[in-house]
Design a protein around this ligand. Sequence first.
Ligand SMILES: C[S@@+](CC[C@H](N)C(=O)[O-])C[C@H]1O[C@@H](n2cnc3c(N)ncnc32)[C@H](O)[C@@H]1O
Length: 228
Amino acid sequence: MHNEMLHHPAIPAPLRDFLRTHGQPLPEPLAAIEAAAHAGDVPIIPHETVDFFHTWFNQVHPTSVLELGTAIGFSALLFAHLMGVAGQVTTIERAPVMIAHAQDNLAAYDTTHQITLRAGDAADILPTLTAQYDVAFMDSAKAQYIHQLPLVLDRVKVGGTVFIDDVLQGGTVFLPEKEIPHRLKGIHRNLRALLEGVFAAPGLTATVIPLGDGLLMLTKDQAQHFSF
Ligand SMILES: C[S@@+](CC[C@H](N)C(=O)[O-])C[C@H]1O[C@@H](n2cnc3c(N)ncnc32)[C@H](O)[C@@H]1O
């Protein structure tokens, strides 16, 4: 579904454009996959978020990532690259056309077998996972984040980090509901509830990084089950 809110960056466009053109160059095949995604209108993380992950992974050195929303495998391949050969990524995708494309990319480029693609809806796959991860990256259906986050947090180590992409709806997420187009009201309502829930939750540290359409960053400070 086209969401016009996503075409309003959370930061001024000139700053966004500066970040997109002055970041670290990506090595191949990531640069080619990023370009192919843009050419094919596949929604992948924007380049300023790629750069942020580059910096953060180099500082923190995580070795395992759980991802919701593979699309064609760009961010999964990026995480594998940033972690080095010891790193492992489990990534979940439900759309058959994306699964097929991701399988092709992983067969061609995941030569060190770092990535496990789980085909299906995250709501069905998450309860079957047993591993604990250093990092979770949620980049799937925005209205579902609030329902999936408790299951994701169960799978993240204490001290681990959850990143949740596109939480600001072009900066409109806290506008009065009457100013939001009718078909987007549900997404807005759920994102607002998500933001209010995580900032109020004991046991979590929350902040929003205004890159792309807003990257929510959570640290799991305590071993507990969360509900929002
Ligand atoms: C923004 S794209 C992911 C982009 C990818 N993370 C990247 O940056 O390369 C979102 C993907 O999430 C998938 N998706 C949405 N809701 C999902 C769900 N509940 N379970 C699994 N996949 C889901 C969509 O089919 C879509 O391919």
